[in-house]
Design a protein around this ligand. Structure first.
Ligand SMILES: NC(=O)c1ccc[n+]([C@@H]2O[C@H](COP(=O)([O-])OP(=O)(O)OC[C@H]3O[C@@H](n4cnc5c(N)ncnc54)[C@H](O)[C@@H]3O)[C@@H](O)[C@H]2O)c1
Length: 324
């Protein structure tokens, strides 16, 4: 169904955007990628640039002229560009809010004006905020705990409103702690999995915030690709203009995660066996536990995760071992 479709991927030089581009090119789509390299890297799209069906445009999602240049003829948009990270948004709320809200509004409005049929956008589990309910179900959210969480929630409100007033069709995918190849371990705001992997590879002790009992629904990037494909393909009008959790539907504590990563890395270097984590204070804005209900995505999109956390870690760690 997707063959020959022209898809715009914003944030294409980032972790998830570059994985999506690779997968959609392999499906026979034409892909236009947009990125301003705020956090993404040229090497993430190096292989993609060798493909005829891939075009790259450097630029900012807040720049309407660039969207007007690349949007015409686009069948669908996969909107991934954003400034991620809760701590980054606490340090500089103005820029995170500007990129994530103004930028997203710009992408949605341009999509409407260029008659794009569907926009699938990256929403976030941070929208559940201070809600302690487990599992997280889409219609029940708490108060946001960071400017980042506010920005991602506002994206959902804008999507709903643009459907009402302009008839724009969107699907929001609330990703839960995604991991996989090309996720940056070096950034100040690196996510826990690439950070632990790269520290262990250098025989350093990773630091766990809190006592290690906090847990997350870690989601391998292949599951995220699957959800995006299903969201783009679904012919069911009932599936449109909703937000869905995209996760494994399983949770892993940080202590368990550390043990799983260590077990995988020992295959490559037995010296890692002796390394133990250190423990520090809990981070501002962290909720103790996160676990998604994936029932809504199962019902409307036919989404079932292809990879468990363990299976994803095996693949991701092999990639880090060969590429870091
Ligand atoms: N990784 C996760 O666990 C996770 C969880 C929930 C939601 N998300 C969302 O998924 C999306 C992708 O995240 P990621 O983990 O791949 O992050 P990433 O930082 O690797 O990718 C984001 C990309 O967007 C680009 N970008 C940022 N500002 C831009 C701008 N103004 N104009 C154009 N491009 C811009 C960056 O350069 C980068 O390449 C984001 O919207 C993020 O909020 C990610």
């Amino acid at each position: 169904m997707m063959n020959n479709k022209k898809i715009l991927i914003t944030g294409v030089a980032g972790f998830i955007g570059s994985n999506l581009a690779e997968a959609f090119l392999n499906k026979g789509c034409e892909v236009i990628g947009l990125d301003n390299f705020a956090t993404g890297k040229p090497e993430n799209i190096e292989q993609l640039l060798k493909k005829n069906a891939f075009t790259f445009q450097e630029g900012d999602i807040r720049n309407r002229a660039i969207l007007d240049k690349i949007m015409p003829g686009t069948d669908a948009v996969l909107h991934q560009a954003a400034l991620g990270s809760v701590p980054r948004s606490i340090k500089d709320p103005v820029t995170s809010i500007d990129v994530n809200i103004t930028g997203t509004t710009n992408v949605f409005f341009a999509a409407h004006q260029h008659n794009v049929k569907r926009v699938v956008y990256a929403a976030s589990s941070s929208t559940y905020g201070d809600s302690e309910d487990l599992p997280k179900v889409e219609h029940k959210i708490g108060k946001p705990l960071s400017p980042y969480a506010i920005s991602k929630y506002v994206n959902e409100i804008i999507a709903e409103n643009f459907h009402q007033i302009y008839g724009l069709d969107t699907i929001g995918l609330r990703y839960f702690n995604v991991f996989g190849k090309r996720q940056d371990p070096q950034s100040t705001y690196a996510a826990v999995i690439p950070k632990f992997v790269s520290q262990l590879m250098q025989l350093e002790s990773p630091r766990i915030n809190g006592d290690g009992s906090y847990s997350r629904d870690f989601t391998y990037v292949e599951n995220v690709i699957l959800a995006n494909m299903l969201a783009l393909e679904t012919p069911d009008p009932e599936a449109l203009n909703k937000v869905y959790n995209v996760a494994c539907g399983d949770r892993t504590s940080l202590n368990e995660l550390f043990a799983l990563i260590k077990k995988e890395l020992i295959r490559h270097n037995p010296k890692i066996q002796t390394i133990e984590p250190t423990y520090g204070a809990v981070r501002n804005g962290d909720v103790p536990h996160s676990l998604a209900s994936i029932e809504l995505a199962q019902k409307h999109l036919g989404y079932n995760p292809k990879y468990t956390v363990g299976q994803g870690l095996t693949e991701a760690i092999d990639w880090y071992w060969n590429n870091l």
